[in-house]
Design a protein around this ligand. Structure first.
Ligand code: HEC
Length: 150
């Protein structure tokens, strides 16, 4: 039992220690989405979905829940945001070529169709999108792709 107690104490110390490690936040002053939204023209319904289910990992400004302050959860969430933005960042939409924009929307359709987005770990606490909402996202993205076809 003595060894178990020692291990527990060591774990506790590690858990406290790791709190001092705070990953950089993805929190620009405001969410830069104007270019993306002007070009892809989401309906009100789709806009609400994007705001509540996608922009946290795919824009320059995330809304952090309280538990995101606690390590190691903060590191895990930080990693998802970083990786999500690396693949698809609506705040950098202007910097993408038309070909890339079209490709990203194509990826979006695939990911949403297959139920891969929003990320599972996210929907656990934020709720998933319904089939109707999924359909609305797909229709919008298909329509938006036409903008980039030449
Ligand atoms: C919790 C963070 C998180 C949320 C919320 C989230 N994503 Fe993602 N997304 C990621 C990560 C991480 C990746 C990269 C790894 C992967 O493809 O699974 C990704 C990848 C993508 C890609 C692929 C881009 C490419 O080039 O392959 C698209 C498109 C995408 N997400 C769209 C969405 C949409 C649309 C929503 C909302 C319905 C959404 N995501 C919600 C984290 C997230």
């Amino acid at each position: 039992m003595k060894i178990v107690k020692k291990i527990l104490i060591l774990l506790l110390i590690a858990l406290v220690g790791i709190q001092f490690y705070r990953p950089a936040k993805n929190n620009a002053e405001y969410r830069e989405v104007a270019a993306f939204e002007q070009e892809t023209k989401p309906s009100k319904e789709v806009l609400t979905l994007l705001e509540s289910k996608c922009y946290d990992c795919h824009s320059n400004k995330s809304t952090y829940p309280w538990y995101a302050e606690v390590a190691p959860i903060s590191l895990w969430i930080g990693h998802h945001i970083e990786e999500g933005n690396e693949h698809f960042n609506v705040s950098k939409w202007e910097t993408y070529s038309d070909k890339k924009k079209d490709h990203k929307l194509e990826e979006l359709i695939e990911e949403v169709e297959e139920g891969e987005m929003p990320l599972k770990s996210y929907t656990l606490l934020h709720g998933n999108i319904t089939d109707t909402e999924k359909q609305a996202l797909l229709t919008w993205a298909q329509e938006a792709r036409k903008t980039y076809k030449h």
